[in-house]
Design a protein around this ligand. Structure first.
Ligand code: HEC
Length: 206
């Protein structure tokens, strides 16, 4: 990640610092940097894409990956992990049921990917984004930023599956700007809430 950040311009770094260290909102950053909200949003989106691209990730990931490759894991325990709040998987993914959520249905995912690919999809969500699940970022006229996956686009409103798994309805007249983001809606680092053995059980379940 440090490598990717070094490649970024001074503007990217300023936006990142204001967002991360000072915890400012996009609107506040725009004000500080004397830039438009959309410009700041583009900068921050580029930073997250660069991070997703970078292969020198968290050394801890290796530990989870190795544990899940070398051990079989228990699918029964894995199902429980999948459904817990700390893993958050069930918030965005259904397995088999017809319920529509932000992420794709994971039924049959083990037939689609080899075990090692499946492990990587969970550990590095931004690396490869499934077609049709691109992230959309909307800035409203009041400066609120809503990130999600388009569920329905009508004349009157846009409906997005947002990060917490909820559906947000934004009236078309309130949309100031809409962008596609290169980052996955699926958060990185979900495994940090889990022990390596729990992660392995989760993979066994899938
Ligand atoms: C905030 C919503 C969200 C959460 C939480 C989430 N995911 Fe995802 N997931 C997505 C989205 C959106 C995609 C599709 C975009 C992509 O490929 O990155 C996805 C893609 C995937 C894929 C690849 C699917 C394919 O067909 O390529 C796997 C596997 C997966 N998620 C597993 C998990 C597991 C396991 C967890 C819990 C540890 C989890 N997800 C948590 C939203 C989420």
């Amino acid at each position: 990640m440090e490598h990717a950040i070094r490649e970024l311009s001074a503007d990217h770094r300023t936006a990142l610092t204001l967002a991360r260290i000072e915890g400012l909102t996009v609107k506040e950053i725009a004000h500080r940097m004397n830039r438009g909200i959309v410009c700041v949003l583009v900068l921050l989106t580029a930073v997250s894409a660069a991070q997703a691209d970078d292969k020198d990730e968290d050394p801890k990931l290796v530990e989870y990956r190795e544990h899940a490759r070398k051990n079989k894991g228990n699918p029964g325990t894995g199902k429980k992990v999948f459904e817990t709040d700390k893993a958050a998987c069930a918030r965005c993914h259904a397995v088999g049921s017809a319920e529509r959520k932000a992420g794709p249905n994971l039924l049959g995912i083990a037939d689609k990917y080899a075990r090692s690919q499946l492990i990587d999809h969970v550990l590095r969500p931004g690396a490869e984004i499934l077609a049709g699940y691109g992230t959309t970022v909307v800035v409203t006229r009041t400066g609120e930023v809503v990130t999600g996956i388009v569920e329905k686009r009508g004349e009157e409103a846009l409906e997005l599956f947002a990060v917490k798994g909820e559906v947000r309805r934004i009236p078309t007249k309130d949309i100031a700007k809409e962008e596609n983001s290169a980052a996955s809606l699926m958060p990185e680092g979900l495994q940090r809430e889990l022990a390596p053995a729990e992660f392995t059980d989760l993979i066994a379940y899938l």
